[in-house]
Design a protein around this ligand. Structure first.
Ligand code: KIV
Length: 274
């Protein structure tokens, strides 16, 4: 008989995340590469490889041009560099909406080629059958309702959702449909606070809020936003550091020293030993 190591470093699972419901908040941030995955891993319950990388890393105007190959390349780096956080990879626009079969094939590529534990799909009631199809075939799915960045043009911009009774009803119906379809958790983005609170109370799966409510079962932010590394941040972001200014100062000091031949010194060179 083999004995398990006394303190095995194991990855969190959907059961670990679901155990937070109604207890302590789930800590979630985004990462797109090994550098940030390594930094986030000890502190986060879950890392989302968001398709926000299209705008944040690649300077695209929206997340719509992001491809499956991009998500796979970035997702693989994050999975490899993390060891305890649960990893979720966003399915990009066009990779899952057409049919259940297309969605299944895209998810299979993501799971096989990255080693991720779960995928995230934007959409409410209209995606419920697809989510159920994926879950029935063993794929762990996180939902994403309300402000769905892949719907930016249909929504008329990145606008807070739940302003009138009709849209509040639709968002609640969407969240309930996603839960019924078998999603293990759902992101609530850009939702009026009391509605996010109500959805969190009504759902049995965890809600992960971004621009939503402190009552959500977890919170997520785009890491480069909260570090001050993006040119402008949405109003719901709290900036925890000014890493942009720190980086500028460091780069400016380097440029000055290189121009003045102060860097490198002999300490930074290989020299022949006598
Ligand atoms: O794309 C993204 O980064 C996301 C998270 C903010 C949840 O969807």
């Amino acid at each position: 008989m083999t004995t398990a190591p006394s303190n095995p470093q194991r990855r969190k699972t959907i059961l670990d995340l679901q155990a937070h419901k109604g207890k302590t908040p789930i800590v979630v941030l985004t990462a797109y590469d090994a550098v940030f995955a390594r930094l986030l891993d000890p502190h986060c319950d879950c890392i989302i490889v968001g398709d926000s990388l299209g705008m944040v890393l690649y300077g695209m105007d929206s997340t719509l041009p992001v491809t499956l190959d991009m998500m796979i390349a970035h997702g693989r780096a994050v999975v490899k560099a993390s060891s305890q956080a649960f990893v979720v990879i966003d399915m990009p626009f066009g990779s899952y909406q057409e049919s259940q079969e297309v969605a299944f094939n895209s998810c299979v590529r993501v799971l096989k080629e990255t080693g991720t534990q779960a995928v995230k799909i934007e959409g409410g009631a209209e995606m419920a059958e697809t989510i159920a199809f994926l879950v029935a075939r063993g794929i762990a799915v996180m939902g994403h309702v309300a402000l769905m960045p892949q719907h930016v043009h249909a929504l008329g911009g990145y606008r807070f959702q739940g302003r009138d009774e009709q849209s509040r009803k639709r968002i609640l119906t969407d969240a309930l449909a996603v839960e019924k379809a078998g999603a293990f958790a759902v992101v609530l983005e850009g939702v009026e606070e009391s509605l996010a609170r109500e959805i969190t109370e009504k759902l049995t799966i965890p809600t992960i809020g971004i621009g939503a409510s402190p009552a959500c079962d977890g919170q997520v932010l785009v890491t480069l936003d909260m570090l001050g590394l993006t040119p402008r941040q949405p109003s719901f972001v709290k900036q925890y550091a000014d890493a942009g200014s720190l980086t500028s100062e460091a780069v400016s000091a380097y440029a000055k020293e290189v121009r003045a031949r102060q860097f490198p010194t002999l300490k930074h060179c290989f020299t022949k030993k006598e």
